[in-house]
Design a binder for this molecule. Structure first.
Ligand SMILES: NC(=O)c1ccc[n+]([C@@H]2O[C@H](COP(=O)([O-])OP(=O)(O)OC[C@H]3O[C@@H](n4cnc5c(N)ncnc54)[C@H](O)[C@@H]3O)[C@@H](O)[C@H]2O)c1
Ligand SMILES: [Zn+2]
Ligand SMILES: [Zn+2]
Length: 367
């Protein structure tokens, strides 16, 4: 890879120090089209930016939505990806928490830390950030990435950490925990049903166990994923392609579940959650929905239930990092496949055929 030094300009002091050149990246070219190709290496654009050399990244179910064309604001030419760990290559003049050479965890949510939403802990609705990486700005499935508001959007990785395990903290663990477990008010001794046993449902399953619920029922039509859920601590499994799920949940709980976590993102699974929640319970939606859903208020109005929605804020990342560091949470077990970053097209193929390949999370290493 060739590198040259840019000439200083009057308007951007930062560009004087930026090393420019090219890099390889996974680029979206409209629905169904992607390629691993050369792109200009990113540079520092704002004093609050950091330039990170990617060490490890992964693919998210949301990237598959993008590839299908379900996220129309993603433009042709965009580098995809919003998860990963890396090393700081360069920092803007206003970055004070990090310096060149620091190992960092990249949050899928960019947050300025200063706006009203950031101050309320709703980083996902940051007025200057939110989910922008690999969406509205270039992302992490590349050799380098520019991270805006680096002080608040990156987390230091303690020396000796297992960096693969930490990639699970960029998105899926905080998502399962915040949108599913915290919003779902999982309590000691309570009953929980998780509909959807993909990486997000499994992240909810792992983090729900912080609270020792009595019953953890996992529902999915894929027997392989149910088997994984069993290994990860599910107390009951229901294959809803083969079994009468409402009847079975009532047999297990007597009254329905205290928390029903929706981790699929289709009308049928949301409606299922509202059918199995007990009076006084919570339906915690995690899934990204593309279609409207029927809400049976004629049955639910008197049941004192709560329905929650949330875009992950990643405010719990520092706490989750400690649980992974101390081995209270084994996030590495979500990883099923490993590839070199430049084999990313093959990795997409594996991830896209998750049921056939028995894939959960794939790790891509920038060798
Ligand atoms: N709210 C947020 O901030 C946020 C963040 C990340 C992801 N998400 C969303 O979370 C959802 C889950 O993500 P994932 O990566 O685990 O997805 P995934 O596609 O890997 O897993 C979905 C699982 O649901 C199962 N499933 C499909 N149909 C089902 C049905 N009728 N009943 C029960 N299970 C069914 C599948 O077999 C699969 O195991 C997606 O909609 C994703 O976009 C939301
Ligand atoms: Zn994601
Ligand atoms: Zn903000």
């Amino acid at each position: 890879m060739s590198t040259t030094i840019t000439k200083p300009t009057k308007t951007s002091r930062e560009s004087f120090t930026s090393i420019v050149g090219t890099m390889n990246a996974l680029v979206y070219h409209g629905p169904g089209k992607k390629s691993w190709e050369q792109k200009p290496k990113p540079t520092i654009l704002e004093p609050t930016d950091a330039l990170v050399r990617i060490l490890k990244t992964t693919i998210c179910g949301t990237d598959l939505h993008i590839m299908k064309g379900d996220v129309p604001e993603v433009v042709d030419g965009r580098i995809i990806g919003h998860e990963g760990v890396g090393i700081i290559e360069e920092t803007g003049t206003a970055v004070s928490n990090f310096k060149k050479g620091d190992h960092v965890l990249i949050s899928c949510i960019t947050s300025c830390g200063k706006c009203e939403y950031c101050k309320r802990g709703m980083y996902s609705h940051c007025e200057k950030g939110g989910w922008i990486l690999g969406h509205l700005i270039d992302g992490t499935q590349a050799e380098f990435v520019r991270i805006p508001y680096a002080d608040n959007s990156l987390y230091p990785i303690p020396a000796g950490s297992d960096e693969e395990a930490l990639v699970m903290l960029s998105d899926i663990l905080p998502t399962g925990f915040e949108c599913g477990v915290l919003n779902g008010k999982v309590q000691p001794g309570s009953s929980v049903a998780i509909v959807g046993s993909g990486p997000i449902g499994l992240a909810a399953l792992l983090t729900a166990q912080f609270y020792s619920p009595a019953q953890l029922i996992v529902i999915d039509p894929d027997d392989n994923r149910l088997e994984v859920a069993k290994k990860f601590g599910a107390t009951h499994l229901i294959n809803n392609a083969k079994e009468d799920v409402i009847k079975k949940v009532m047999e297990i709980t007597g009254k329905g579940v205290d928390t029903a976590i929706e981790a699929v993102g289709i009308p049928a699974t949301f409606e299922l959650c509202t059918s199995i929640v007990a009076p006084g319970g919570v339906v915690a939606n995690i899934g990204v929905h593309g279609k409207s859903v029927e809400l049976h208020l004629e049955k639910l109005w008197s049941h004192n239930i709560t329905i929650t929605t949330r875009l992950v804020d990643t405010v719990t990342t520092p706490m989750l990092l400690k649980t992974v560091q101390s081995k209270k949470l084994d996030s590495k077990k979500l990883i099923t496949h490993r590839f070199a970053l430049n084999d990313i097209i093959k990795a997409y193929d594996t991830f896209q055929n998750a049921a056939r390949e028995k894939a959960l999370k794939v790790i891509l290493t920038n060798e």
